[in-house]
Design a protein around this ligand. Structure first.
Ligand SMILES: *Cc1c(COP(=O)(O)O)cnc(C)c1O
Length: 393
């Protein structure tokens, strides 16, 4: 048998002993995953049912402060179930910030909904409540309100759900929080996602904690979560035979993954503190560079900085985002431009929009830096040195 490669392979082409490649946000194991896995395997409950699922849902409920939680196969599955239980139908409008990952709206689009993209606030990078208020007023006058408004906790920054939910409540429009990136963030002392009718979380491998893949749908409303639970497992009616009054999905989380998730959720507070410390260290070490600004943090919440992001203004910096990304790549460091606005994605070129200049500006200048919590200070120093060198060249 050939020897297995090390878990993190050296930079390709580099001499032995060269620095390892630094990834954006690799999983950081807690060390207790194996114990939870062994318990699941010993119990024989490996399907998307059983005690590990219940325990995981309970742990997610405690972490997110939601009383009702459904564990799902992915964050995207949780979003899809949310759109189903909110009765999104073909032709309905679904409003979402344009500055997000495609999965925020993809399930609604697949259900025949029309996405409409609103701009974000420059001081939070999350959905702009003032713009939302104005757009809802105009939509009410037209007699065509959205079926659902989606807020997104971008890069671990909670949306201002108090303002967003208040704006929507006037028109009885439900709010869905895509909190896939928001787990562990706070909102006015509470948890990110609180204040939405439904919130979706992700435990994908690159998120702040992971189940190795998975998600959760959470709500204060037990009826919505019960409906989602029914749909997540093929919408089986109560009968001895297989009986269906609707078609559902195979969206349950496996108990094997729930075991990993249980170990990870237990260390969430540590991971939040570590991500914030990494971001603070970048911000301090780069503070003197003209034209470089870290992602702002509004007063209403504590961000996790799931991905630590910076903005580079070429006029003041004398360098730009793409040059810095190339320099980091050269140094064996992965970085990524911030989300490309959805209205600028080919698939959504005909989608209606409200504003978008803020999101476009962020995409022109924004870069996400490695933020994995297993990263050492020496590795962070490599990132910092490679960035600083762009100001000397
Ligand atoms: C990761 C992510 C999702 C999807 O979660 P998966 O678990 O990967 O399906 C949805 N929305 C946002 C904003 C995300 O970052």
């Amino acid at each position: 048998m050939s020897p297995r490669p090390p878990p993190s392979a050296p930079v390709s082409g580099a001499a032995a002993g060269a620095a390892r490649r630094i990834h954006l946000s690799p999983p950081h194991l807690a060390g207790t995953e194996i114990d939870h896995l062994r318990a699941v395997l010993d119990s024989g409950w490996v399907a998307p049912a059983g005690p590990a699922i219940a325990a995981f849902e309970c742990a997610v409920g405690a972490a997110t402060r939601f009383p009702h939680v459904l564990a799902t196969a992915s964050g995207t599955a949780a979003l899809h179930l949310a759109y189903r239980v909110l009765d999104v139908a073909p032709g309905d409008e679904v409003w979402a910030p344009g500055f997000t990952f495609v999965a925020t709206v993809a399930p609604a689009v697949q259900m025949g909904a029309v996405p409409r993209f609103l701009d974000v606030c420059p001081r939070s990078w999350t959905l702009d409540p003032g713009l939302l208020r104005a757009e809802l007023r105009a939509a009410a006058r037209r007699g065509r309100l959205p079926r659902v408004v989606v807020a997104v906790d971008i890069y671990g920054q909670a949306s201002d759900l108090d303002a967003i939910a208040a704006a929507c409540a006037r028109y009885d429009v439900p709010v869905l929080s895509d909190s896939a990136e928001g787990l562990g963030a706070t909102l006015r002392g509470g948890a990110a996602g609180r204040g939405a009718r439904l919130a979706a979380f992700s435990f994908n491998g690159n998120k702040i904690v992971t189940a190795g893949g998975g998600g959760a749908l959470a709500s204060d409303d037990p009826v919505l979560v019960a409906r989602a639970r029914h749909l997540a497992s093929h919408a089986k009616d109560p009968a001895a035979h297989y009986q269906h009054s609707a078609t559902g999905h195979a969206y349950g989380m496996s108990s094997v993954l729930a075991a990993v998730g249980l170990a990870q959720v237990a260390v969430l507070a540590d991971r939040v503190a570590a991500r914030r410390a990494i971001f603070a260290r970048y911000a301090a070490a780069l503070a003197d560079l003209p034209g470089l600004d870290p992602m702002p943090e509004p007063a209403w919440g504590r961000a996790t900085h799931w991905l630590g992001a910076i903005l580079v203004d070429p006029a003041r910096a004398g360098t730009d985002r793409d040059e810095i990304r190339a320099a980091l790549e050269e140094a064996g460091v992965e970085s990524r431009p911030v989300w490309k606005p959805l209205p600028d994605q080919p698939v959504f070129r005909d989608a209606p929009v409200a504003g978008g200049a803020v999101a476009r500006g962020l995409f022109a200048r924004g870069l996400c830096l490695p933020s994995g919590t297993a990263m050492t200070e020496a590795e962070q120093d490599r990132v910092i040195a490679a960035i600083r060198a762009c100001w000397r060249g």
